[in-house]
Design a protein around this ligand. Structure first.
Ligand code: HEM
Length: 195
């Protein structure tokens, strides 16, 4: 679940969101054409020359909060912000509180890759980008997942245009989540059209 469902579900969200926002998908395609062309397979190194694609992947992760609440447990009696939390209490940090924080993001409830771009289109890191959580027990697979997401997402977009099935409008695509181990998109059909 930690190593596979997380990244595969993030990719499902990425495909769904790019179907819903074809103008964003077009910009990813344009960047792939400019940097990689049609047949040069992506490597993680290419990420630094592909700020828009990188921003889209970050925005997918921010927008969906894949793992909003991982339960933890206090290993000793703890005083925190005026509260006493005895040893052995289950504590559930809510990552949505930071990934959708109105003070940190211009349009927190909208899918907006500009959250990670400056006015010149350069990629900008954000301290509130914490889909992998933070602290000493944050996600141990973060760097692997980051690499996998870039390579799979870019490779898929290099080969395919993703569209809703005939008769389904972009506005009809459902981006509400189904709760499980991860927040998953509702099952929906996608057309992968070879480019
Ligand atoms: C998009 C992909 C992923 C996301 C969003 C994600 C997110 C998270 C989050 C939020 C936590 C909880 C951290 C905390 O409680 O502070 C976590 C823990 C963990 N993740 Fe990931 N993860 C992803 C991919 C992976 C991958 C690819 C692996 C392994 C190959 C992995 C292995 C783990 C493990 C073992 C833990 C528990 C770490 C511990 O308890 O010290 N994750 N992950």
């Amino acid at each position: 679940m930690a190593g596979t469902e997380t990244t595969s579900t993030t990719l499902q969200w990425a495909i769904l969101l790019l179907m819903k926002y074809p103008e964003i998908q077009k910009k990813v395609h344009a960047e792939i054409e400019r940097v990689l062309g049609p047949s040069c397979l992506p490597t993680f190194e290419d990420r630094k020359n592909m700020p828009f694609t990188n921003a889209v992947i970050h925005e997918v992760q921010r927008f969906v909060t894949l793992l909003p609440h991982i339960p933890r447990c206090t290993s000793y009696d703890t005083h925190f912000k005026g509260y006493f939390i005895p040893k052995g209490t289950t504590v559930i940090p809510l990552l949505t509180s930071v990934l959708l924080d109105k003070t940190q993001w211009e349009t927190p409830d909208e899918f907006n890759p500009n959250h990670f771009l400056d006015v010149d289109g350069n990629f900008v890191k954000k301290k509130a980008f914490l889909p992998f959580s933070t602290g000493r027990r944050n996600c141990i697979g973060e760097s692997l997942a980051t690499m996998e997401l870039f390579i799979f997402f870019t490779g898929l977009l290099q080969k395919f245009t993703f569209k809703p099935p005939p008769g389904v409008k972009e506005s009809e695509l459902d981006t509400t989540a189904e709760a499980g181990f991860t927040m998953r998109p509702h099952p929906q059909c996608a057309c992968a059209v070879l480019r």
